[in-house]
Write a protein that binds this ligand. Structure first.
Ligand code: SAM
Length: 75
């Protein structure tokens, strides 16, 4: 399924892992916050959210905890 991350996401179920690698480069800060918030809603508790090696979620979400550089987890 292809989705536009800038819009309300369709019903996709929830995920153990979400990779958002090298995608946020296209978005301004507010759009990044909205995209991350939308995707965090799709994570199962304990699920992992992984970004690209040059990216970080610092300042974009308080919901995820940083595990290692580029790897975050929903408590
Ligand atoms: C640099 S590529 C990275 C591809 C892959 N994630 C990787 O790391 O190799 C950026 C990707 O972001 C996707 N993208 C950009 N804006 C998007 C949006 N609003 N919704 C969904 N995907 C988007 C593009 O289609 C492209 O596949």
């Amino acid at each position: 399924m292809q989705v536009n991350l800038n819009k309300t996401l369709p019903a996709m179920g929830k995920f153990h892992v979400i990779f958002l690698r090298n995608v946020m480069i296209y978005f301004d800060a507010e759009t990044k916050r909205q995209v991350v918030a939308r995707l965090v809603e799709q994570l199962l508790p304990g699920g992992y959210f992984i970004v690209g090696h040059s990216e970080s979620l610092n300042g974009l979400t308080d919901t995820l905890r940083a595990i290692k550089p580029t790897i975050y987890q929903l408590p």
